[in-house]
Design a protein. Structure first.
Length: 316
């Protein structure tokens, strides 16, 4: 057996058992991938994949165990490369940060410039997506770190740590009836009152939308959601043209920047949320990754991060 066979098996699983896609990703031929997998199965004396004719349909029971072992082996092979880079090119390399639009727009701008000043030779890439997609990017090592509120902290194989907490804000036009509320009155707003107005808010995968739905449902209120978006800036735009009131993450509202809107606190309605940063368990982290994590949250020291990674490895 060899590393090439391991790569073929791993990529076939990652590409949803599509050999053509796996071959394209690996820059080889589909027959070559198929032949290598069959030879590997013959060598092991077990079937890794369930087949229907020539098509692969899924993993067998022993195949699931083999897949897990291959993941560990390939992770350590990748770690060897990272260790080499760490000592041979200490301040050089690449860093892919998976993030939602909210993190890319409102949180990372206060971190990235300082990171670039400290590590000018590190190539930075931002890969935006929804939280489940970001979790998969980490698991498939297509991103080095990911930042999101949902999914990351409940995904096996990831070590997730809290970065900051936040609450929702209701945004309205200055001529909206709710804009006349005082700060103390706004904190007494009820879900029943909000349910009287059309609402513009997040898509279900983003920024606490599930909690918004759950809170309305618990009160027996059916909100009139007239528009869903993944981007708070889009939500604010449509609030501004009169489509309804907006419910957005607190970090996305700045009274100085959003002068055409009024923000009302909504933490008493939708609770407090935690945004997490995550890395894949067992992956060797370059020194500059530890620095980035501590820049995101000062309490995320190297020891704290390493302990979280070790705990995640033990749970695998």
């Amino acid at each position: 057996m060899n590393l090439q066979q391991f790569r073929f098996v791993r990529e076939t699983i990652r590409r949803n058992f599509n050999l053509t896609e796996a071959a394209r990703t690996l820059f080889t031929s589909q027959p070559g991938v198929s032949k290598a997998i069959i030879e590997f199965e013959d060598e092991l004396g077990i079937k890794i994949f369930e087949r229907h004719g020539k098509r692969i349909k899924g993993l067998t029971k022993p195949g699931a165990v083999v897949s897990h072992v291959i993941d560990r082996i390939m992770r350590e092979v990748d770690n060897l490369k990272k260790v080499s880079d760490e000592f041979a090119r200490r301040d050089e390399g690449g860093l892919v940060i998976g993030c939602t639009h909210a993190q890319a727009r409102y949180i990372l701008p206060r971190v990235i410039p300082a990171f670039r000043e400290k590590f000018p030779k590190v190539r930075l890439s931002l890969a935006e997506g929804n939280p489940p997609h970001l979790a998969q990017m980490l698991l498939h090592e297509q991103a080095d770190v990911a930042i999101a509120t949902e999914t990351l902290n409940v995904t096996p194989g990831l070590a997730a740590l809290p970065v900051y907490s936040w609450e929702h804000v209701i945004v309205v036009r200055p001529d909206h009836p709710l804009a006349e509320l005082t700060s103390s009155a706004a904190k007494k707003l009820t879900l029943e009152q909000l349910g009287r107005y059309p609402i513009v808010t997040y898509d279900h995968a983003f920024s606490g939308r599930c909690t918004i739905d759950e809170m309305f449902a618990a009160k027996g209120v059916t909100p009139d959601i007239v528009l869903e978006a993944i981007d708070a800036d889009v939500i604010k735009t449509y609030v501004g043209v009169g489509m309804g009131i907006g419910i957005i993450a607190g970090m996305a509202f700045d009274p100085r920047r959003d002068k055409g809107l009024v923000g009302l606190p909504a933490g008493h309605l939708f609770g407090t949320h935690v945004t997490n940063v995550a890395v894949k368990a067992g992956v060797f982290l370059r020194d500059y990754v530890y620095v980035l994590l501590e820049m995101l949250a000062p309490n995320l020291t190297r020891d704290v991060v390493q302990e979280a990674v070790d705990n995640a490895v033990r749970k695998e």
